[in-house]
Design a protein around this ligand. Structure first.
Ligand SMILES: N[C@@H](CCC(=O)N[C@@H](CS)C(=O)NCC(=O)O)C(=O)O
Length: 217
């Protein structure tokens, strides 16, 4: 059995998968996309060239959520990323979609505009991101009441998605004091050893953050 992950340490979607691998001590070969030959291999596997991409005994698996489900089904480990009860699993799947669609996507727009050096679009995207992220923080503030992790007392796929999305969202539009539960949840995620490891591995690449990485975390 051989597992290879095409990944970049600074990529939010890669971090989402890395925490699942690290938490369950799953062994894999890390093909860092800092290496141009790894990028070439990735393109052959997945012509859209989005990452992460997992290769499991020759089978290409794409999409961070599907990779995590694949790891759970094929490689097991301490933490089940989705509850066995299919109805309980629905909430976890929904929260995974919320973090990808309403936090990660909102945070990414000004980041992509800044990468393209499109100043006008970046300013417009920042206004949209602040509005969208405040909606997301406000909704999450209520949802997190009485919970340790996104879906309750157990770690899940939703926390894998939440960790990098809230990490970077706070860099784009800081989570205000008006959202204490969201701020505390982000701090718990940063203290989660699997995510702390991913954050540490990404430190050397902070200069890549096109809006300027803040001096914290
Ligand atoms: N829905 C995909 C999104 C992956 C994604 O957009 N990854 C970014 C890196 S964080 C990427 O590949 N960017 C390069 C590109 O879009 O060309 C997933 O969950 O894996």
């Amino acid at each position: 059995m051989s597992l290879t992950l095409y990944s970049h340490p600074f990529s939010s979607y890669c971090q989402k998968v890395l925490v699942a691998l690290y938490e369950n001590d799953v062994e894999f070969e890390y093909r860092t996309l800092e290496d141009p030959s790894a990028m070439e291999e990735l393109r052959v596997r997945w012509p859209f060239a989005r990452f992460p991409v997992l290769v499991d005994d020759g089978q290409t698996v794409v999409e961070s959520t599907i990779i995590i489900e694949h790891l759970m089904l094929r490689h097991g480990g301490r933490v089940r990323w989705l509850p066995e009860d299919p109805v309980a699993a629905l909430e976890v799947r929904f929260l995974d979609r919320f973090f990808d669609n309403d936090v990660m996507a909102a945070m990414s727009k000004p980041v992509f505009a800044a990468i393209k050096q499109d100043t006008a679009r970046k300013d417009e995207a920042m206004v949209e991101a602040r509005r969208a992220l405040d909606l997301a923080y406000g909704w999450l503030e209520q949802r997190l009441q009485g919970r340790t992790w996104a879906a309750g007392e157990n770690l899940s796929l939703a926390d894998c998605a939440a960790a990098p999305s809230l990490f970077y969202a706070d860099w784009v539009h800081e989570i205000a004091d008006a959202y204490p539960a969201v701020r505390a949840y982000r701090s718990r995620l940063l203290a989660w050893p699997a995510f702390a490891r991913a954050v540490d591995e990404a430190r050397p690449f902070r200069g890549y953050f096109p809006l300027g990485a803040p001096d914290r975390d």
